[in-house]
Design a binder for this molecule. Structure first.
Ligand code: TYD
Ligand code: MG
Length: 465
């Protein structure tokens, strides 16, 4: 008797188990195991059925040698081209992930239209929306006249057969990977096995034909739908489209790129006519400043090679609670605790009976430790109710000893500050001697205590108890 084998696959990490369990042992996710047919195995099921072929030797070569840079497929949307590292690469697969509703389809429709208008053959396959819906969006974006070839289809075999007809497309957009399914495996669409098999088939298509394939993937925080995380290691590049609900701007962030840098971002603003490029993000994030209020400090940050100025807001208020609250939006809460601890032990400032709220303006997220100094300045300013100078920027890392440590790109940060009309900067003394070519007045605190003295004039005695 032939026994039909079933297995249980974790929809969050792809680990397979012979029987169901409440928790995936591999990644620790709860309730993520889903029953799937055995075909496909862990990437090797069908292959095992065939008898193994005898290997054929391949030629080995050295590292030196000439390779030409692939010409990039440039969209002309500068923020998108920047994030991809100079345009789409022929023969590569790119994953664009993000929360549902963030604007992935909008971005890709605009990109498709821009590319098609430049004479590239662009095929846009939507698995989520009917042709009429996609057309409606194109009209709204005022790109309905662009020669984009459109289809609403979810079957990978049918899609690949369609793509084989006529001139090879330059870019194929598949929206989204969760809706695709291939007959090679018998799991339901959206499961890890299907997502992986469908991605594999389309990536193979990209490599063998030289077309650039763009896969759209939804990421849900709960990990309920098989996330594109399992696809991340298969593709050549991964871009995440991020943004805060309630804010209009969106950031396209490269997290993996086999053909370029991964620290680049593209900044967009969602409008009623689609995404607009934001060539100068600092102006966006500093847009609505109320300079006179205590607790606001401007941080001169870097995103990849680009300086970004953003306001950090702190509110320190007496707490009615026994355990005061610490709430952070846009920064690491562990880092806030660290900065608070350093301020308490090295400047004698007391936050123990205060609630502390920290917010990065505009819904922006900061990943750099260089924001420590700006956060400290905002905290001291709010605690002492003394507003910081409106034309001053802050950057620098704070160590546990209270020392202010140098950070990279001081020059560029200062240049951006000057460009936006800032006249002062508080930054670490570093090997990079700043102020060359800029008229920004600089102050170099050696420790956070120096900073606190400058802002509030006094420093309490260090906490003894
Ligand atoms: P969409 O691209 O469909 O998101 P995703 O593909 O990532 O799920 O964008 C959905 C949101 O964008 C929707 O809430 C409406 C908004 N939007 C605009 O604000 N302006 C526009 O011009 C368009 C097309 C969408
Ligand atoms: Mg969509």
């Amino acid at each position: 008797m032939v026994k039909l084998k079933t297995r249980f696959v974790c929809q969050s990490c792809g680990a397979a188990y012979p029987r169901w369990a409440g928790r995936c042992e591999a990644c620790g996710a709860w309730n993520s195991l889903v029953e799937e047919g055995s075909a496909g195995g862990i990437g090797a099921g069908p292959a095992l059925a065939r008898s193994p072929r005898k290997g054929r030797p391949v030629a080995l070569t050295g590292l030196a040698g000439t390779t030409e840079d692939e010409p990039r497929i440039v969209s002309g949307i500068a923020e998108l081209d920047r994030a991809t590292g100079g345009g789409f690469v022929p023969g590569s697969a790119l994953l664009i992930g993000g929360d549902p509703g963030i604007g992935k389809s909008t971005l890709l429709m605009q990109a498709a239209a821009a590319l098609a208008r430049r004479g590239h053959r662009i095929v846009y396959v939507s698995g989520e929306e009917a042709v009429a819906q996609v057309r409606l969006r194109a009209q709204r974006l005022a790109v309905a006249d662009a020669p984009v070839e459109l289809a609403a289809e979810t079957n990978v075999e049918d899609i690949l057969a369609t793509l084989a007809i006529g001139r090879r497309p330059d870019v194929v957009i598949l929206d989204s990977i969760q809706t695709l399914w291939t007959e090679a495996v018998d799991s339901a669409p959206g499961t890890v096995t299907q997502v992986r098999a469908a991605a594999q088939a389309t990536i193979r298509y990209a490599k063998s034909t030289g077309a650039a394939v763009v896969l759209v993937g939804h990421v849900t925080k709960e990990g309920q739908i098989a996330g594109p995380r399992v696809v991340e290691h298969m593709v050549d590049g991964v871009l995440y489209f991020e943004g805060e609900a309630g804010h209009h701007f969106r950031i396209l962030r490269a997290v993996k790129n086999r053909f370029g840098p991964t620290d680049e971002i593209g900044v967009f603003e969602m409008s009623d006519k689609g995404l607009r490029e934001v060539p100068n993000p600092s102006e966006l994030f500093l847009g609505e400043r109320h300079a006179k209020a205590p607790g606001a400090a401007v941080f001169a940050g870097m995103e990849g090679t680009r300086p970004v100025l953003v306001e950090i807001q702190a509110l320190v208020a007496l707490s009615p609670l026994g355990t005061p609250r610490r709430a952070v939006v846009g920064w690491d809460s562990a880092r806030l605790s660290m900065v608070l601890a350093v301020l308490e032990s090295h400047c004698g400032l007391r936050f123990a009976s205060h609630d502390v709220y920290l917010n990065v303006a505009g819904g922006y997220r900061i990943g750099e430790p260089a924001a420590d100094l700006a956060v400290a300045a905002a905290l001291v300013s709010s605690l002492s109710s003394l507003a910081l100078p409106a034309d001053c920027v802050y950057f620098g890392e704070i160590s546990l000893s209270g020392a202010v440590r140098p950070v990279s790109h001081a020059q560029q940060r200062l240049k951006e500050a000057e460009k936006l009309g800032f006249g002062q900067a508080v930054l670490p003394a570093g090997p990079e001697q700043p102020a060359q070519g800029t008229d920004v007045g600089t102050f170099h605190p050696a420790t956070v205590a120096d900073l606190a003295v400058r802002i509030a004039g006094v420093v309490g005695t260090p906490a003894e108890d």
